[in-house]
Write a protein that binds this ligand. Structure first.
Ligand code: 9WN
Length: 443
């Protein structure tokens, strides 16, 4: 594959200086035992953010990365679910919507010691925990002994409470991490957008970010409705799988779930345990992913809406994430690379920065609106990891160069215009800083 090197300025950038600026961001966003994604827009601990943040913190202070993850595991529910937000009690309820009084986790029997949301996010934590374990040196096994049971619990919850036909389902767009992806437009059409909900609830996100870069009120009303219904059903997963209005199989979530089992196998080996159950689980999920979500015609993994039982045709970056799996059948990695570098994503092409979150060729592509086109550093890094897993080192390197160039050009923004490199969403965003530190440290 022919890969164009990133813009010539990359070579001239002072990586040490950028790394120092990144360290300042993650230190400023640290609140004693965890890192907030952003002081104003997201003033609590978010689940998958903490995993990406720990990948960066391991280079600054591995013990801090360990605390970040263990702090999140302290919010785990008795059923194993790792909630998507662990609320900081020092922050007022209305600082973020929906806050603790909306989710009401403390009303539940056996609730965790702190307030949390009731939904989950992609299980990327074992990847970070394995890296932190290795980085900690002699104390790595002590950390792993504490992290491993939480991670096993997280994946058991997904397997036992959240699968349909062997793959994990998400019951809210926020559970995918790619909240406003155009892939959710069709399943969300079945969810009434009741704008009168805003008589009782106030969006806080648009106080801190431009509304043109955030979800519409209609979509936000749907998010509220879905969360309220799950909450009012007592976060009952039997109920939500059979009666929820949004029950979707996401290739990104499932790809990361299988990948996390491979990381758990490595942690198990380190702890002197048998890794086989993790290896066979990774293989089982990979096979189901290929059987149910691979589209040879579209050259990408697609999401599936379980309610009508149909594949959703959108090409999104989530469909490229399963590239992280080394056990994909022959032909699929090559086809994914062709899609990645082809007209839908144009990765590695001159004038394109990182991996756009959505298909350039779709009329709904929007270079500024959250998850509907912009490049994010976490998904770009995941695709780079996938490329490396399949020997595509030149393109992986180019994507990491793009990550550095985007930050050098626009700062630690939440997301970036893939064509111009301009920054959007919030500033001083933790995973942008942490992943910059990670790619710079890994060379
Ligand atoms: C809802 C914190 C989170 C990320 C998500 C991103 C955004 C929240 C929001 O911010 O979602 O969870 O309020 O928009 O979509 O991936 O984890 O950074």
């Amino acid at each position: 594959m022919v890969v164009t090197r990133a813009t010539s300025e990359v070579a001239d950038l002072d990586h040490d200086q950028l790394a120092r600026m990144a360290i300042r961001v993650v230190i400023e966003n640290w609140h004693g035992h965890a890192t907030v994604p952003s002081r104003r827009l997201y003033p609590h601990q978010w689940s998958w953010d903490s995993a990406f943040i720990a990948l960066g913190l391991q280079h600054l202070a591995p013990s801090r990365a360990a605390v970040e993850l263990l702090s999140l595991f302290g919010a785990q529910w008795a059923d194993g679910r790792l909630p998507h937000i662990a609320f900081n009690p020092a922050v007022t309820d209305d600082a973020y919507f929906p806050g603790p009084s909306f989710w009401r986790s403390s009303w539940l029997e056996g609730h965790p010691p702190i307030d949390t949301s009731g939904i989950i996010q992609p299980p990327v934590h074992a990847i970070a925990a394995r890296a932190v374990m290795d980085r900690l040196g002699s104390s790595g096994l002590d950390f792993a002994a504490r992290a491993y049971p939480a991670l096993v619990g997280q994946n058991s919850y997904i397997r036992e409470r959240r699968t349909v036909d062997g793959l994990a389902v998400v019951v809210h767009p926020w559970e995918t991490g790619l909240d406003n992806s155009p892939a959710w437009d069709e399943p969300l059409r079945a969810v009434p957008a009741d704008l009168s909900l805003f008589e009782s609830y106030t969006r806080r996100d648009i106080d801190h970010a431009r509304s043109s870069e955030r979800p519409t009120d209609e979509d936000y009303a749907r998010y509220i409705r879905l969360a309220l219904a799950y909450r009012d059903a007592g976060y009952d997963d039997d109920w939500v799988r059979s009666s929820g209005e949004f029950v979707v199989v996401d290739p990104g979530f499932n790809g990361l779930w299988a990948w996390s089992e491979l990381a758990l196998a490595q942690m198990a080996r380190g702890l002197g345990r048998n890794p086989d159950r993790h290896l066979s689980e990774a293989e089982r999920i990979t096979t189901a992913l290929v059987d149910q979500l691979w589209s040879g015609a579209r050259g990408i993994f697609l999401a599936r809406d379980t309610r009508p039982g149909v594949l959703l045709g959108e090409r999104t970056v989530a469909g490229l994430i399963p590239l992280v799996l080394p056990g994909l059948p022959d032909g699929i990695p090559t086809a994914l690379c062709a899609t990645l570098t082809g007209p839908s994503f144009c990765a590695g092409q001159p004038g394109v920065h990182g991996v756009p979150s959505f298909d350039f060729t779709d009329p709904r592509f929007n270079s500024r609106r959250y998850w509907r086109g912009p490049t994010w550093l976490n998904t770009t890094w995941l695709v780079a990891e996938g490329l490396r897993a399949h020997g595509e080192d030149a393109l992986a390197r180019r994507l990491c160069d793009d990550m550095v160039a985007l930050v050098a050009g626009a700062g630690f923004r939440e997301y970036f215009n893939p064509r111009t490199g301009s920054g959007h969403g919030t500033n001083n965003f933790s995973w942008s800083a942490a992943l910059l530190l990670h790619v710079v440290a890994e060379g």
